[in-house]
Design a binder for this molecule. Structure first.
Ligand SMILES: Cc1cc2nc3c(=O)[nH]c(=O)nc-3n(C[C@H](O)[C@H](O)[C@H](O)COP(=O)(O)O)c2cc1C
Length: 174
């Protein structure tokens, strides 16, 4: 998709067709967009955990109660590796959250490009999610964000509306 069209057409999708898993080659391209993402000092302080097995899906779905989330055939968990992230010597600022956010954005835009729905979710129960993921995350690995991945239901139509602050409020030319 042309980049400007992609930016305009992407919406957070909250309707998933549970009967339509995303083919492996499509998932690979979406994950590759995360892997190729930019990061401070190119540290790549992340792991992308793609959950598609019924057992793990069950555990992760329990951490976020919305029904539509439970329909998605895949959930991607972006994990930040704080120990591997760049740290600014002046003040100790650690770039892990910034780097993980950029990678998450790459993934969500790549999903849109493939016609696959995604929705960044932060409002999950973090204690439950940490517990659900404890066997696949190590010390220093922090769950940063999750998104369902799946095709929207056939009857789903995008709103086509971008509720955004006007440019005059957010853009300043100095
Ligand atoms: C950091 C972050 C956390 C978010 N958490 C949630 C969430 O927990 N649940 C949800 O339904 N949407 C969540 N969203 C999606 C936003 O609500 C959505 O991006 C915003 O309303 C703009 O709409 P759009 O993505 O359709 O353009 C989150 C988005 C971001 C960037």
């Amino acid at each position: 998709m042309e980049f400007n069209d992609l930016i305009r057409s992407r919406e957070s999708i909250r309707s998933y067709d549970p009967s339509r898993p995303v083919p492996e080659d499509v998932l690979n391209r979406i994950l590759e967009a995360g892997r190729l993402s930019l990061s401070a000092a190119n540290r790549q302080p992340w792991k992308f955990l793609l959950i598609s097995s019924p057992g793990m899906l069950g555990k992760v779905r329990a951490c976020y109660g919305r029904e539509w989330f439970h329909d998605a055939p895949h959930v991607l968990v972006v994990v930040g590796l704080k120990d591997q992230a760049w740290t600014r010597s002046f003040d100790g600022y650690n770039s892990v959250e910034t780097d993980a956010a950029i990678a998450m954005t790459h993934i969500i835009l790549a999903a849109e490009n493939e016609g696959v729905g995604a929705c960044w979710i932060a409002n999950y129960d973090p204690v439950m999610l940490r517990e659900a993921m404890k066997d696949v995350t190590g010390p220093g690995e922090v769950i940063f964000g999750i998104t369902p991945l799946g095709y929207p239901r056939p009857e789903f139509r995008k709103s086509g509306v971008k509720k955004r602050k006007p440019d005059g409020e957010v853009i300043e030319r100095i």
